[in-house]
Design a protein around this ligand. Structure first.
Ligand code: ZN
Length: 140
C-alpha cells in the first residue's frame, strides 16, 4: 500500500510544481512593459495593433520575440529560430529584452523539467494502477 501512497504523493507534488511555475510564468509576463502597455486603454488602435501578433494571438513581448525571431542559418542560406542560449542572451535587458520576460523564459525552462518529472510520476501511477487492477481481479 505504501508504494501506492508514495506514487500518488509524487504525482501530486509534480503537478503542484508545474501549476505553481505556470502561475509564476503568467505573473512575470504580466509585468513586461509591452503587456502593461497593451492593458492601457488610452493607447491608440495603431499602437495596439503594433504590439499585437494576430497569428499567435499574443502580445509581441520580448519573450514572444525570443521565440519567433530568426537569424541567418549557418549553412549559408535560409533562416532559423534562435537556440536557447541565443534566446536567453537576447532577453537580457542590456540586449533589448526585459527582466520580466527573461524571468518568464527561465521559469518556462524550469517548467519543462518539472513536466518531465510529472510524466515519470504519471507513468509510475499507471504501472501501479495496472497492478491494482490485477489485485482487485484476484480477490473476488
Ligand atoms: Zn518583456
Amino acid at each position: 500500500m505504501d508504494k501506492f501512497i508514495k506514487a500518488l504523493a509524487r504525482h501530486e507534488l509534480a503537478l503542484q510544481k508545474v501549476d505553481a511555475l505556470s502561475r509564476r510564468i503568467g505573473a512575470a509576463i504580466e509585468r513586461c512593459p509591452i503587456v502593461v502597455k497593451s492593458n492601457d486603454w488610452s493607447i491608440s488602435n495603431a499602437e495596439r495593433a503594433e504590439i499585437w501578433d494576430e497569428k499567435s494571438g499574443k502580445n509581441k513581448t520580448h519573450l514572444w520575440a525570443a521565440y519567433t525571431e530568426t537569424t541567418p542559418s549557418e549553412c549559408g542560406y535560409g533562416m532559423r529560430l534562435l537556440d536557447s542560449d541565443e534566446q536567453e542572451e537576447g532577453l537580457r535587458p542590456r540586449n533589448g529584452g526585459c527582466r520580466h520576460c527573461l524571468r518568464a523564459w527561465r521559469l518556462i525552462r524550469d517548467r519543462s523539467i518539472a513536466r518531465r518529472e510529472l510524466g515519470y510520476a504519471r507513468l509510475s501511477l499507471r504501472s501501479l494502477g495496472r497492478q491494482a487492477v490485477k489485485m482487485t481481479e484476484a480477490t473476488p
